[in-house]
Design a protein around this ligand. Structure first.
Ligand code: GAR
Length: 193
């Protein structure tokens, strides 16, 4: 069985979309894969409740308890490795990862970012796309490398930017696409792991 561990920091809507797709498309049978655990760096992350409601194991490694990124990442890795994951999925996991952590999961660590990378890595992507006058925006699923929001692109979704868009309306349009894109990208990746 290929274990998937999902890391979240916030509402966890991408995680929930992946969990729903795994159920709907029977990843256990099709890919011999299952969502083994959802881990958050924030005890109050909404995603934890959603995951628990789906019967998935949840775990917290609170980054505030650590005085360095290295110490936090080492403990996080210990919690992840307890599940012997074939794939680690960052789904709104808002932490900068140390090079050591990224190297440990090389080739089996993926992220979704709400922009058409390599445009707009980092934060405030939607407002930055609006400020730049972009006519199109979107989301990118990519392998994680040591550089923030970089690494080989696995899949992208494109949405139009509409004349009266705000960062919030654009974010909502992109998020709807993220929920389709991320499960599909993961399902495509599983046979190759
Ligand atoms: C998503 O839009 C995701 O692309 C973004 O955070 C949101 C999480 O929402 N991730 C990043 O900005 C990572 N750089 P969710 O918790 O509802 O899935």
């Amino acid at each position: 069985m290929q274990n998937i561990v999902i890391l979240v920091s916030g509402s966890g809507s991408n995680m929930a979309a992946i969990v729903r797709a795994a159920e709907r498309d029977n990843w256990r049978k099709l890919h011999d894969a299952r969502i083994a655990a959802v881990i958050s760096n924030r005890p109050d992350a909404g995603g934890l409740k959603l995951a628990a409601a789906e019967g998935i194991r949840t775990d917290v490694v609170d980054h505030k308890r650590f005085d360095s990124r290295e110490a936090f990442d080492a403990e996080l890795a210990r919690h992840i490795d307890a599940h012997q994951p074939a794939l680690v999925v960052l789904a709104g996991f808002m932490r900068i990862l140390t090079p050591g952590f990224v190297a440990r999961y090389e080739g089996r660590l993926v992220n979704i970012h709400p922009s058409l990378l390599p445009a707009f890595p980092g934060l405030h992507t939607h407002q930055r796309a609006l400020d730049a006058g972009c006519r199109f925006a979107g989301a990118t699923v990519h392998q994680v490398t040591a550089e923030l929001d970089f690494g080989p692109i696995l899949a992208q979704a494109v949405v139009p930017v509409l004349p009266d868009d705000t960062a919030a309306t654009l974010a909502a349009r992109i998020l709807t696409q993220e929920h389709l894109l991320y499960p599909r990208a993961i399902a495509d990746l599983l046979p190759a792991l």
